[in-house]
Design a protein around this ligand. Sequence first.
Ligand SMILES: *Cc1c(COP(=O)(O)O)cnc(C)c1O
Length: 403
Amino acid sequence: MSNEKIPFLDLVTVHQELEEELVAILRTALSTAGFIGGPMVQGFEQDFAKFCESRCSVGVGSGTDALRFALIAAGTRSGDIVLTVPNTFIATTEAISQAGGRPDFVDIDEQTYTMDPAKLRQYLEDRCTWDSKGGRAVHKGTGHPVTALVPVHLYGQMADMDAILDLANQYNLKVIEDACQAQGAEYFSQKENRWRKAGSMGHAAAFSFYPGKNLGACGEAGAITTDDEQLAQTCRLLRDHGQSKKYFHDVEGYNGRLDAIQAGFLRVKLRHLKTWNEQRREAAERYNKLFAGAEAEVTLPHQPEWSRSVYHLYVVRVAERALLQKRLDEAGIGTGIHYPIALHLTKAYEGLGYHVGDFPVAEKAALEILSLPMFPGLTISQQERVVSEVLKSLALVNSNGLR
Ligand SMILES: *Cc1c(COP(=O)(O)O)cnc(C)c1O
């Protein structure tokens, strides 16, 4: 087999293929000086809302902006506890803090790596009391109200939203989906007996168009989706210094607008997203087949019946991850770890007072997960080489008695 290098992510080819269309967008922007707002932003917002089967979409500067604005617009007040999971990118919890909230965690499901509804129920039943006058759960330890939830649709797969939304209704919690890794992912709602798109189920959702995401800009960008026109309007104010019209500031806001050139690029790329997501699904199925028989050594991604993942990442689990990653690197195969440190153990959150053992499922996953090459255009022969190198490395580990 060839020793061709296999990148973790190839962002070059796709942009070469789309070069003419993308350059045309740039020319339009230059010839009109339409850099901020305008038809390219509105056009993309309309297309993206439609794609997500959501009523409104508001383009913003990044996924972090989208999370922060959605949380503020959903009514997060200073001191409110907002629950999420420990195994996410820090932007999730940064946005909670920056919206005035206090991030707190519930552990994940061992197979899907997304928020475990049973643990969420436990948190609300055991760690909180119900304040019937205020109509909200209050955390016993701190006296702070729990007002919102941010389930993270991780690696391209949605969290178990029926169960999460049931609890959110019961406990009067706003749900902001972190859909930054899940453009186009779907969830089969038993309650509604139909497939629902990521970004259409919570009160609002946040998307990132960081270049490496399934839909990526050629720079920074993000969007909020929601069915709530009022919430969307508040996000429009927040992204633009609280302006309802030029120099009329209804509230203090932010500089968090979606760049018009990026909106134009995104609109072009959005037309291909369905195909790209299908290619990712095919690649994931191919990996699954190639790994068949080795499941004892390599835990493969689990896709429940109710999920259609868009495989932002293809994440396996192995006991001896460091060694495997090193061997793959030596073989010229790029990998990643998403994420190596559960957030409750990261330095920035020392102040929350959590320790090793507090969220054991997320902690164990953090030690064993490995993201293999995954992108549209990944070829069969590349995948065969990835899998053969993984299996070869694991066999080496065994025969050398290193385990
Ligand atoms: C990428 C990402 C974000 C942040 O998005 P940015 O556009 O980089 O600000 C937030 N949450 C998750 C889960 C992400 O993967």
